[in-house]
Ligand binder design. Structure first.
Ligand SMILES: *[C@@H]1O[C@H](CO)[C@@H](O)[C@H](O)[C@H]1NC(C)=O
Ligand SMILES: *[C@@H]1O[C@H](CO)[C@@H](O)[C@H](O)[C@H]1NC(C)=O
Ligand SMILES: *[C@@H]1O[C@H](CO)[C@@H](O)[C@H](O)[C@H]1NC(C)=O
Ligand SMILES: *[C@@H]1O[C@H](CO)[C@@H](O)[C@H](O)[C@H]1NC(C)=O
Length: 229
């Protein structure tokens, strides 16, 4: 056999780079996270109305996801309203601790909007999710445009099959000292769904995709190695 050919080593190195590339690119504010896109749409809507843009708060986002996860059996199929009202205390006693929000940094929740849909098309179209699921009437638009908010977070539950739930939580306080997450802001990794400001993608498909790519390139390397053998 002898020593492996340099071309084989180069190929192996390349395959390892291919493995890590998707992981690195998804590690921060993934553009493909629909929850992040809803935050951007909300801020666009507010600034168009001459209101301040809101801070993107991962702590609020994580709690928004916790909130809708609790509501997942309450989607009114006819109009997308979510008949679910968890007690106020759940924020400090359940959602916050589950997310690792540091209790001393807890601010006030200044508003929330929840919506659901059976249709998967809204996952791929955050603009439509905003105007057709979350903000369909003047009441919810006035929540979006309330001057009391300083921060915002969005949770999205149900990535592969419906019903799909969206929750927007608004809060007060400065971004770097309110609703802070432990562990340098990583929050917990959610099994289903995703939230704005999260370091994680909407599901584990990135890892699976890069594993697949990696195996494929490894196979190519082997074939190349044998052919040139
Ligand atoms: C939505 O539908 C549910 C039941 O289907 C009803 O109870 C609720 O009042 C409706 N809400 C709105 C805003 O129309
Ligand atoms: C704005 O939000 C605050 C805090 O939740 C609330 O007290 C106030 O009534 C809201 N204002 C409007 C115009 O909805
Ligand atoms: C803000 O959102 C509302 C509700 O979807 C929509 O009617 C309005 O056109 C939006 N404004 C801008 C500037 O996007
Ligand atoms: C938070 O941000 C404000 C303004 O950006 C800054 O003045 C303040 O020192 C920051 N606080 C911390 C704890 O980083």
């Amino acid at each position: 056999m002898g020593a492996p050919k340099p071309c084989f080593c180069l190929c192996l190195c390349l395959s390892i780079i291919i493995f890590f590339l998707p992981l690195v690119s998804s590690s921060h504010h993934l553009p493909g996270n629909p929850a992040n896109e809803i935050v951007a749409i909300i801020n666009k809507n507010r600034t168009a109305a001459k209101l301040g843009a809101l801070n993107d708060s991962p702590g609020l986002g994580c709690m928004a996801l916790q909130y809708v996860e609790l509501c997942k059996d309450n989607c009114a199929a006819t109009n997308g309203s979510v008949n679910c009202n968890p007690p106020e205390d759940d924020f400090t006693e359940v959602f916050g601790p589950n997310c690792g929000v540091e209790l001393p940094t807890f601010g006030t929740i200044t508003g929330h909007i929840v919506g659901c849909s059976q249709s998967k098309r809204y996952i791929a179209d955050p603009e439509a999710a905003f105007s057709e699921v979350l903000v369909r009437d003047g009441r919810s638009l006035s929540v979006v445009r309330n001057r009391s908010h300083k921060g915002v977070g969005v949770g999205l539950f149900g990535v592969h099959k419906g019903p799909f739930f969206w929750c927007v939580l608004f809060g007060d306080g400065e971004t770097n000292s309110t609703f802070m997450l432990e562990e340098r802001g990583q929050g917990i990794k959610q099994k289903k769904g995703c939230f704005s400001g999260s370091a994680f993608a909407c599901n584990s498909s990135n890892l699976i995709r890069s594993l697949g790519l990696w195996l494929l390139s490894l196979l190519l390397c082997l074939v190349l190695h044998i052919l040139r053998g």
